[in-house]
Design a protein around this ligand. Structure first.
Ligand code: ADP
Length: 389
C-alpha cells in the first residue's frame, strides 16, 4: 500500500483522529522537503501556516462533534509550509476512512506553485500589453501633444517679454501702483499657462509610466473628465463634447490609468467617427444601476460599418488605414479584468455608435457573472430612453 502511494504524482498524507501523520508519501517529501521519517507521528499542523495550525485541530474536533464538513470531500486552495519555512499554494482535498483503529483522514495535495507562477506571468504580460497599447496611442497623439504644449510655452515667453518691457519702462518713468498691478496681472497669467503645460505633462506621464496594475478608490467622473481633456488635444474643436455625469456616484475600485485608457480609446474613436461631419457631437455619460457604474460614449457618426461588426473587439481588426485595431480589444480586456464588460450598440442608418462600460462597484466577486454577458448592448440610450437595441 505504501509503495503504491509513493508512486502517486500527488502528495498524499494520512492522519489519525488526533491529526498525527501516519503516512507521508514521496511526492510530499519532494514538496515539503521533509523525509517521511521526520514527520510520521507528528501533528500535521507543522505543515500549515500558523493561522491554520491553530485552527486545524479545531476543524478536526468540530467535524468529529458536528459532522459539519469544511473541507472533507470538497477540496480547496490553501497555503502549506515547507521545511525551510517558506510557503507554497496547494489544492487540498480530504477524504475520510473509518478503520478498526479509528477514523482516519486522507489528504491529497497538488502543488499549485507552477500554476500560480504561470497565472502571475500572464497577468504581468497582460499588463505590459495594455501599457504598450497606451504608449502606442500616445505616440499617435504625439505631434498634437507637442503642439498643445507649445501654446502655453509661447504664451509664457510673450508674457515674460511684456513684463521685461514694463520693467525697462519703469526705470525711466519711475514706480507706480498702477504699473505694478499690471505687471502682477501678467505674471499671474504666465503662471496659469505654466500650470496648464504642467498638467498636460502630468497626465501624459501617468499614462506612460511603467507600473503594475493597481486597485484603488477612484471618483469615476473626475477620472473621465481628465481623460477627455487629454483626448481633446489636437482634435476638431467644432465637435461638441457633452458631459452628462451622474451625481453622487459611489467610488469605484479600479486602476485609474487603465480606466482612463478606455475613455481615451473610446473618445478618440468617436472623434474619428464624426470627423468632418457637420454638428458632430460626442456624449460621454456616467450613471449607476443597482450594482454597476456605467460609462457610455456615444457619437452621431455613421455607426459601426457592417464589415467591422464581426470580431469588432478582436485585436488587429481595424477599419482605419493607420489604425492598429487594438483600442477596443484592450478596452474590453481592461473592463473584464475589473470584473466588468464593454458593450456596443453599433448604430447605423443615421445613428452613431454607442459604447458602454459596466463596472461593478460592490465587489469584484461579480466579475464572473458580468463577463458571461453577451457583447451586445441592451437598454436605453441616455438620449433616447426607450429604444431597445
Ligand atoms: P483602431 O482605432 O486602431 O482601428 P479600435 O479597436 O479602437 O482600433 O477600433 C476598431 C474599429 O472599429 C475602427 O477602426 C472603426 O472602424 C470601428 N469603430 C470604433 N469605434 C467606432 C465609432 N465610434 N464609430 C464607428 N466606427 C467605430
Amino acid at each position: 500500500m505504501a509503495s503504491v502511494l509513493d508512486t502517486a504524482v500527488d502528495g498524499i498524507i494520512i492522519i489519525d483522529e488526533h491529526a498525527r501523520m501516519m503516512m507521508f508519501n514521496k511526492a510530499c517529501e519532494r514538496m515539503f522537503g521533509y523525509e517521511a521519517a521526520e514527520v510520521i507521528g507528528r501533528n500535521v499542523s507543522m505543515l500549515t501556516p500558523p493561522e491554520h495550525a491553530e485552527v486545524h485541530d479545531g476543524y478536526v474536533e468540530a467535524y468529529k462533534r458536528t459532522g459539519h464538513r469544511k473541507i472533507i470531500g470538497i477540496g480547496r486552495e490553501v497555503r502549506a509550509k515547507r521545511k525551510d519555512g517558506t510557503y507554497f499554494p496547494i489544492d487540498l482535498s480530504v477524504g475520510e476512512a473509518i478503520t478498526p483503529e479509528g477514523r482516519q483522514f486522507i489528504g491529497i495535495l497538488r502543488d499549485l506553485t507552477a500554476r500560480k507562477e504561470t497565472e502571475r506571468r500572464l497577468t504581468e504580460l497582460q499588463g505590459d500589453l495594455i501599457r504598450l497599447a497606451r504608449v502606442s496611442a500616445l505616440d499617435e497623439m504625439g505631434s498634437a501633444i507637442a503642439h498643445e504644449l507649445n501654446q502655453p510655452l509661447t504664451a509664457i515667453i510673450l508674457y515674460l517679454q511684456a513684463v521685461e518691457r514694463e520693467l525697462r519702462r519703469a526705470k525711466d518713468t519711475g514706480h507706480s501702483e498702477e504699473a505694478d498691478a499690471r505687471r502682477f496681472a501678467i505674471i499671474k497669467k504666465a503662471q496659469g499657462e505654466a500650470q496648464r503645460a504642467g498638467s498636460i505633462i502630468q497626465r501624459i506621464r501617468q499614462l506612460v509610466e511603467k507600473r503594475g496594475p493597481e486597485r484603488k478608490d477612484v471618483d469615476l467622473n473626475h477620472l473621465v473628465d481628465d481623460a477627455i481633456e487629454l483626448t481633446q488635444i489636437g482634435q476638431d474643436r467644432i465637435v461638441n463634447v457633452v458631459r452628462d455625469y451622474g451625481a453622487d456616484l459611489p467610488m469605484l475600485q479600479a486602476d485609474p490609468v487603465q480606466i482612463q485608457q478606455i475613455v481615451v480609446n473610446l473618445v478618440r474613436n468617436a472623434f474619428e467617427a464624426v470627423r468632418g461631419r457637420e454638428g458632430g457631437e460626442i456624449i460621454v455619460s456616467t450613471s449607476l444601476d443597482d450594482r454597476h457604474l456605467l460609462l457610455s460614449v456615444e457619437d452621431n457618426g455613421p455607426g459601426i460599418a457592417a464589415e467591422m461588426l464581426d470580431g469588432l473587439f478582436q485585436a488587429f481588426k481595424t477599419g482605419k488605414r493607420s489604425g492598429m485595431g487594438l483600442g477596443l480589444a484592450i478596452s474590453r480586456t481592461i473592463a473584464q479584468s475589473h470584473g466588468g464588460e464593454l458593450l456596443v450598440d453599433p448604430g447605423g442608418s443615421d445613428r452613431g455608435a454607442r459604447f458602454a462600460v459596466r463596472l461593478p462597484f460592490l465587489s469584484a466577486q461579480l466579475s464572473a457573472e458580468s463577463a458571461a454577458d453577451a457583447g451586445t448592448l441592451k437598454g436605453p440610450r441616455p438620449s433616447e430612453p426607450k429604444r431597445e437595441v
